[in-house]
Ligand binder design. Structure first.
Ligand code: ADP
Ligand code: MG
Length: 701
């Protein structure tokens, strides 16, 4: 085992030196031998064939050619200089072209000496040319370690300009294998090796950098992906165990007055099976003595609010206060009025605190919170202000979690001696695979059933040229007594233009649906919150039939009589946002519709998004597609992107390997929770190494 050797700074590798080392550190994050060995190719090229120039085809495939440079010339153009070389073999002539790094090329490439070059060819004016070819002297090419599949390493323009080409990396990798003699200790337990018929780690590392065959390459990749995912899962599972052991929470073992009365007398509807199941899970968490840290996932309209309320009632029954935080004022107000209504027969005190709460009211709330008169506080992130002090906060619920940062969450749960229990509710369905790897240390409940009687929303895609038909449809729906949302995109960078789109849209809708027969509400981010609330209220009360809005209404708003959601410029929205918006309708007994408007010009991704929306109402299915289109980092928002920083595995594509890795990690921990068995010495060591280097995002830290 040469663990120490692998910690050698990269500067010491023959062929690196201080300036390259600096580049490696800055551009690739490679500091040590170990980092270099874990720098994996992102694709492989088949370099088993050599082409003659007269065999080249006009298919712009990547090809390998042997020949000599016979002349260089520089061509000046309006857009800059380019360096061209005439390259010949015994069958013909072609050109090599460089737009960057010309000085280095001129100084380092030799005339009339055989080179092997590799690259993509272009056909222009009766001649083949190859821009920025990879080049190697034939003599060296014959000496170097040849493999069937040629690895291609991730690169950057900066690296290429400084002469660190793929070939250079390849040579350094060879050097590394020479210096370390390719001896890499194994890191996985023997039984896993046997079960999965894994090749050794040394063999895997060698074959991933210098594949001897397609088959060995595949086995090498499997071996390394498995290992990477295995250690991540191990870390998450251990964290989860420790969390359960260490973090004590208030014990809510009383199911009392509030909960009982509400459950037996005031439930406005029969709970769905899924709601019952989730409430049971929460009850058991709250009574366990450990702090609850639970994520509640439920598609839009699945009925998370009632679950939130009943959980809060349990806190109240045990002598504690509870709070519910929502991302927008509109949503907070709606939660507040909704909960007041649900609790009207109970003896609970509920208040609302937002940015626009008046100073006198604010003081009153602060006071009642501190002396314990107030049971439930609902609001926006105004709840996070330092002045907001609870007498004894027992449960904090956060709605629509993706709007809040990690920091804000931790602020909430620190408002007490013991951490209060935390329930995070989200309608953004996180695919199980991702939830497993990102939230492995947090418990997840899912409401996977909609309340009965809901009719699936019908979704269609219409081009802008069909707008008149859409207007007719709106008119008919209004005739039937329904209400309509029309939503415009509002994206930060082009805010001015979007705002204009919205106002133009509002005007044309007003012309089409004139007063006094029709009444229209408008809500957008630049309005004062009092005005927003006023407009929202008019729509909620049915005084207006049409709501023209930006995405401020995206989350949570509940107007059961609204049956049509029209999304303008729908190609500009992401899938999860489209799904959220669609979730604003379909809340009543009537058939609801979602109409996705767009222009004719659509990118492939936009087409896929719109087609997916039309074909399914299932949030989880949508989330899987979204994940494939955007990648996990993006889906989870920047704060969480790159958290896992995977080197070789891909959470989406290697989903199956992830599951296997998780199963084995679980089994290992059941057998040896502290990794104390002698045969797990290496596992423990690797685990510690990984834990040191990979700071997996911890939900509550
Ligand atoms: P979300 O999960 O999106 O927050 P809500 O809690 O706002 O969903 O519930 C959506 C609508 O469904 C509300 O009007 C609510 O009253 C209603 N609802 C919730 N649960 C049930 C149920 N079990 N039976 C009938 N209606 C329900
Ligand atoms: Mg909700």
């Amino acid at each position: 085992m040469n663990a120490n050797l692998l910690q050698t700074p990269i500067d010491y590798l023959k062929g690196v030196g201080p300036s390259r080392a600096e580049l490696f550190r800055k551009e690739l994050g490679i500091h040590t031998y170990q980092d270099l060995i874990n720098f994996f190719p992102n694709r492989y090229l088949d370099k088993t064939k050599y082409y003659k120039i007269n065999q080249l085809q006009q298919n712009s495939a990547e090809v390998q050619v042997v020949g000599k440079i016979v002349a260089f010339r520089t061509i000046e153009q309006k857009r800059g200089k380019r360096l061209v070389a005439d390259f010949v073999d015994e069958t013909g002539k072609m050109e090599l072209v460089w737009f960057r790094g010309q000085k280095w090329i001129r100084e380092n490439l030799k005339l009339n000496v055989p080179y092997v070059l590799f690259g993509k060819t272009n056909w222009f004016n009766g001649l083949f040319s190859m821009p920025h070819p990879e080049m190697e002297l034939l003599e060296e090419h014959e000496k170097s370690l040849r493999t069937a599949m040629q690895p291609v390493y991730p690169s950057s323009e900066k690296l290429t300009n400084k002469g660190i080409t793929n070939r250079v990396i390849n040579k350094l990798m060879q050097q590394l294998f020479i210096e370390t003699k390719g001896k890499f200790y194994d890191t996985l337990p023997q039984n896993i090796h046997e079960d999965l018929k894994l090749i050794s780690r040394a063999e895997a590392l060698f074959n991933v950098h210098f594949p001897k065959s397609q088959e060995l390459l595949a086995r090498a990749q499997f071996r390394l992906k498995f290992e990477e995912l295995f250690y991540i899962q191990l870390q998450l599972l251990v964290k989860n165990m420790l969390h359960k052991k260490r973090i004590k929470g208030y014990i809510f073992d009383t199911i009392g007055e509030n909960f009982e009365t509400f459950y037996s007398e005031h439930l406005p509807f029969e709970l769905t099976g899924a709601q019952k199941k989730v409430i049971k899970e929460i009850r058991s968490d709250l009574g366990s003595g450990a702090q609850m840290n639970r994520l509640l996932q439920g598609d839009v309209g699945s009925g998370k609010t009632i679950v939130a309320l009943m959980s809060m009632l349990i806190a109240l029954d045990n002598g504690f206060q509870a709070c519910l935080m929502a991302p927008t004022e509109i949503l907070s107000v709606q939660h507040y009025t909704g909960l007041i209504d649900l609790c009207k027969e109970l003896n609970t005190s509920i208040e609302l605190l937002t940015g626009s709460t008046k100073a006198s009211k604010r003081r009153e709330i602060h006071e009642k919170l501190e002396n314990g008169e107030l049971d439930i506080l609902i609001g926006t992130h105004a709840l996070l202000e330092d002045k907001v002090k609870f007498k004894n906060l027992g449960l904090a619920i956060i709605d629509e979690q993706h709007r809040f940062g990690v920091e804000q969450r931790s602020k909430l749960w620190k408002k007490n001696e013991l951490p209060s229990h935390i329930l995070v509710m989200t309608a953004t369905p996180i695919p199980r695979t991702l939830a497993m790897s990102l939230y492995g240390d947090l418990d997840v409940s899912v409401i996977d059933e909609l309340p009965p009687g809901r009719r699936p929303i019908k979704t269609v895609h219409r081009f802008d040229s069909n707008r008149l038909k859409v207007f007719k449809f709106i008119r008919d729906e209004i005739e039937k007594g329904r209400q309509i949302y029309i939503v415009y995109p509002l994206i930060q960078e082009s805010e001015k233009m979007d705002y204009k789109d919205l106002m133009d849209g509002y005007e044309s809708v007003s012309r089409e649906f004139p007063m006094p027969k029709y009444q229209i509400s408008i809500v957008h981010g630049q309005m004062k919150s009092a005005d927003k609330n006023y407009e929202m209220d008019r729509f909620i009360n049915g005084d207006t039939q049409i709501m023209v809005a930006t995405t401020v209404i995206e989350v949570g708003v509940n107007v059961p009589n609204a049956s049509v959601m029209i999304i303008e410029s729908s190609e500009r929205f992401g899938l999860s946002q489209l799904h959220q918006l669609r979730g604003r309708v379909g809340r009543g007994a009537e058939q609801s519709y979602c109409i996705l408007m767009s222009g004719h010009k659509l990118s492939e991704d936009s087409k896929t998004r719109l087609q997916t929306m039309v074909s399914t109402n299932d949030g989880f299915e949508l989330a899987e597609v979204d994940l494939k289109l955007r990648g996990p980092g993006d889906l989870m928002g920047t704060q969480q992107s790159g958290v896992l920083n995977l080197k070789i595995a891909d959470i989406v594509k290697d989903n199956q390997i992830l599951k296997t890795a998780r199963d084995y990690a679980k089994r290992l921990l059941t057998e040896d929770p502290n990794l104390e068995m002698p045969e797990h010495k290496m596992v423990k060591y690797t685990y510690q190494q990984v834990a040191k280097h990979k700071n997996i995002w911890n939900y509550i830290s």
